[in-house]
Design a protein around this ligand. Structure first.
Ligand SMILES: [Fe+2]
Length: 157
């Protein structure tokens, strides 16, 4: 089986109509707390994609980093090309990724306030039966829920 091409927004200064109708729009809180529960809505796209028998969005998938959150199957009878997912980040994510970030760009645990956070990417993938796969990403900060660790660290910037 050959790998399917994944389309993404090519030039933010010059967005085509096809991109406007297919690039997933991720609506999510910019900051999430570990052990919390957060709704993330993915809409395809900025201009709503049609849902017709001959042309529709087949499914929408959401991941957080390399963890798959879920996939929602759609059909032409669905009114909108959108799906809502529940993201429940764990403390382990903050711990593991803080360590990974540490190896690449320094420590992501602020020494002064003891805050602990990690920046990850929500990754939305949508499949149009005519125009193929479309992907977009959105940065989200995951904070530890532990006391004295509730402030986002700005070191990632
Ligand atoms: Fe399409």
């Amino acid at each position: 089986m050959s790998e399917q091409v994944i389309n993404r927004l090519k030039d933010p200064e010059n967005i085509t109509e096809t991109e406007q109708k297919h690039v997933p729009v991720i609506e999510a809180d910019e900051v999430m707390t570990a052990e919390g529960s957060f709704e993330v809505t993915v809409k395809v796209g900025e201009l709503p994609h049609v849902m017709q028998d001959e042309h529709y969005i087949e499914w929408i998938e959401l991941s957080l980093g390399d963890m798959k959150i879920g996939r929602v199957e759609l059909s032409p009878s669905d009114e909108k090309a959108e799906a809502t997912f529940t993201v429940e980040p764990t403390e382990e994510i903050v711990g593991i990724h803080a360590y990974q970030v540490c190896n690449i760009r320094g420590v992501n645990v602020c020494g002064k306030c003891g805050s602990k956070s990690v920046v990850m990417k929500l990754d939305a993938l949508a499949s149009c039966n005519v125009h193929g796969l479309w992907e977009s990403k959105k940065e989200v900060t995951i904070m530890s829920s532990h006391e004295d660790e509730g402030k986002a660290c700005a070191w990632h910037k």
